[in-house]
Design a protein around this ligand. Structure first.
Ligand code: F6R
Length: 369
């Protein structure tokens, strides 16, 4: 059942090209317009949406953070992302023109379910992005966009995360097309780039030998930091979460711009720091800002493990290791940049002799509040 892999997690990491591919499949109708799965919300009501709130927990919440960047960019609708357990208990401002989007692999996470119920009681429309057909959250939501990652067995989420991000892009493009935030041509362009991602992940997975070696060298690490900016920020958080849950290492993800506001004090000689570098094509000079961050932490002795696009030579002088990812648009990069971080956590856990598929104290679906 592990198809020749040692662990379900490793198998599921290798199923990611298919997870993205299958989630993209059948998303356009005969006229080439985007479609969702079950939508029991009037199109006019979706056109009238003035605010989106995404609720989710853990890894799914990081998919929600990526979704915020994409949906705001394309649909020009303000998006808030909130941990489901926080949303539920703080009297959120939600009304009939609010669309509450939940993201959940299992569809059974109690915190997320309670947030969806609360949103409905406040009169919001609810859409579920979910990987499990017929589970509770999609059944209780007004609309569903299923991710097609297939069953995820390993406790740590990998392929479901990529499918959640993929679905978020589809939702963003769909809402943008309804509200006129994006031209048809631009939306087609994004879809065409998304179609290339599965092959790019395959290529990337074939070049992970060095990441595995680094993981084995680093098996004794006490702490690891992750820095990212823009859509790389949630990926830094996800890289840190994977390392905590799988290798029991103290790990933290930061927004790179926040470094100088405090976390730079943590940098000491030998501290491993992963940096997710935005594409050189990113707007607002983000690329060079992050390259400067790498330079700053290296000058203080950090061991810099840099995830950068193919052909980005600017990072080379300041990187102890460069991990290359294929080129795509800046907004779509999370589907690629997270992969080496998953592979790293997997191998570090293995190097420490830990149970990759069943980390201590964790359950696959958290059905209690
Ligand atoms: C991390 C992980 C958890 C889940 C979270 C939400 O690897 O698996 O953080 O992402 O418990 O679970 P779902 O998506 O089932 O609602």
């Amino acid at each position: 059942e592990k198809s020749g892999y040692d662990t379900f997690m490793e198998k599921e990491i290798h199923e990611q090209p298919k997870a993205v591919h299958d989630t993209l499949l059948g998303r356009t109708d005969a006229e080439g317009r985007l479609t969702l799965d079950e939508v029991h919300i009037d199109v006019e009501e979706l056109r009238a949406v003035t605010k989106i709130v995404i609720v989710a927990c853990g890894t799914a919440s990081y998919a929600g953070m990526v979704a915020k960047y994409a949906i705001e960019r394309w649909a020009r609708i303000p998006v808030e992302i909130e941990l489901a357990h926080e949303f539920r208990y703080r009297d959120p401002v939600v009304g009939e023109h609010t669309l509450v989007v939940s993201i959940s692999q299992s569809g059974e996470t109690m915190d997320t379910l309670m947030a969806v119920r609360h949103a409905k009681a406040l009169g919001a429309k609810t859409i579920s992005i979910c990987n499990t057909h017929g589970s509770t959250i999609p059944r209780e939501s007004d609309a569903v966009l299923y991710t097609h990652a297939g069953p995820e067995i390993a406790v740590a989420s990998t392929k479901a995360f990529l499918a959640q991000i993929t679905s978020s892009y589809i939702l963003g493009l769909y809402l943008a097309s309804l509200q006129g935030g994006i031209s048809e041509q631009a939306a087609h362009g994004v879809m065409a780039e998304l179609q290339e991602i599965p092959l790019q992940i395959e290529t990337l997975l074939r070049s992970m030998d060095r990441v595995k070696e680094i993981a084995y060298f680093m098996a004794d690490s006490r702490a690891v930091l992750f820095l990212g900016r823009h859509v790389g920020y949630p990926i830094a958080m996800e890289g840190a979460l994977k390392l905590k849950e799988l290798a029991y290492i103290h790990a933290e993800g930061f927004a790179a711009g926040e470094l100088k506001h405090g976390p730079i004090a943590l940098i000491e000689p030998g501290l491993p720091v992963f940096v997710i570098v935005p594409s050189p094509d990113s707007e607002h000079g983000l690329h060079s800002k992050v390259v400067s961050n790498i330079q700053e932490i290296r000058a203080r002795g950090a061991r810099t493990l840099v995830i950068a696009e193919e052909g980005d030579e600017d990072v080379v002088p300041f990187a102890d290791e460069v991990i290359r990812v294929p080129r795509t648009s800046p907004l779509l990069a999370p589907l690629l940049t997270v992969v080496p971080l998953q592979v790293f956590a997997l191998h570090l856990s293995t190097a420490k002799g830990l149970d990759v598929d069943q980390p201590r104290n964790l359950a696959k679906s958290v059905t209690v509040e």
